[in-house]
Design a protein around this ligand. Sequence first.
Ligand code: PFF
Length: 448
Amino acid sequence: MKVQQFSRIGFIMAAAGSAVGLGNIWKFPYMTGMYGGGAFVLVYLITIAFVGFSVMVAEMLIGALGRRDTVGSFERLAPPNQKGWKYAGFMGFNGVIIMTFYSVVIGWIFYYLFEIFTGLPTSTDTAKATFDALVGAKAGVQIFWHTVAVVIVAYIVYRGIKGGIEKFNLVLMPALLLILFGLLAYATTLEGFGKAWDFMFASDWSKINSEAIVRAVGHSFFTLSLGMGAIMTYAASLPKHASITKTAFIVTFMDTLIALVAGLVIYSFLFHEGAPAAQGPGLVFISLPVVLSHFGTLGTVLALLFFLALAFAGITSAISLVEPVVQYLIDRFDMTRAKAVVVTSLGYWLIGIGALLSYTKAWGETFSIGGKPLFDILEYTTDSILLPLGGLLIAIFVGYVLQKDRVYSALEHEMGKTYFNIWRFSIRYVAPVALVFMMLNLMGILKI
Ligand code: PFF
């Protein structure tokens, strides 16, 4: 099988596009609010530095050496007596499970992009009513926007690595950076900026608990797109002489920077208006529009820019969630790209409808299992089980299964001996321990 190759900058933008997503601009800021600010941010940063970055290098390495779809890469790299490792490659399917709800949220963002023009809500009650009406009652509207999201993503993926994924990332990522840094520049002029800075960087350890730690570890994986074969699939198209270490570093750095910038921007606006921090998932859909309404016409422009950035971030991540399965279907079943995209998209589109209906009043019960809405089940399963499992398999495979010489010759010239040894220690010991700890904790087996 012949996979197309990215250009070097195209790969960086595509991998960063995958990493920078709703996780950075929607989830990270509200999680920071929920878990008390600075201490949560610090745990998140430590995990990114000591675990996330190492696993990113490992996942890229599997893709770059394997040069196949995720199943094919594991199969090709595993020693002859351990070909069962190919099943680890099915982590590529986690992406489409995520897409079932990720595309629903992108749909909400599209809805808001238009809703903004009808005027921003001036009170939390009205804002909450708008959001609740959308999620709880307007099934048809949600299905419409969910479908729009699926079609846009399908089109980009259908255009392939060069003509779709690389091209769109090369436009959308700089646009996203421009908007976010523009918003940051404006936010620094607000009184709330200093408070936002303190909230995010002054660690108050009394607010941290085991749940916050586990969520920070989990989120650091989600935000870097690790454990689902997305980065691995892209890395199969890595230009031959590109440095894995350098690329992984740039992507990790950009992802972290953007999460912090998004947090600073949102909290500057919020604190400027004296709004509280802990708001949960409604933070950008409920609190932010209300706060921005106080800025008059400028507020509408700011809201528009913010939701555009969110939409761009969502789309560039979504394509990386779909591509692994598409690549798998092309490789394994000799499907044309068009057919693979249609099959994949139809599948998650349908389940996505179930997910969005599970939040509505009318269908909620039908689409719940054991009292839990399908949306939450899908999110929990991917976020808390499949993703750490994927990360663990990557760490074990690269740390213990792949021949050391092979790993060494691929990375040593990039890292030098000392850093290589530190990285290898992290992959063999730190990452597995952190991930196992996290999984046990989430299953309620090990509580700290
Ligand atoms: N990293 C993306 C975000 O932060 O929103 C989400 C994501 C994309 C997770 C791709 C996993 C993945 F494979």
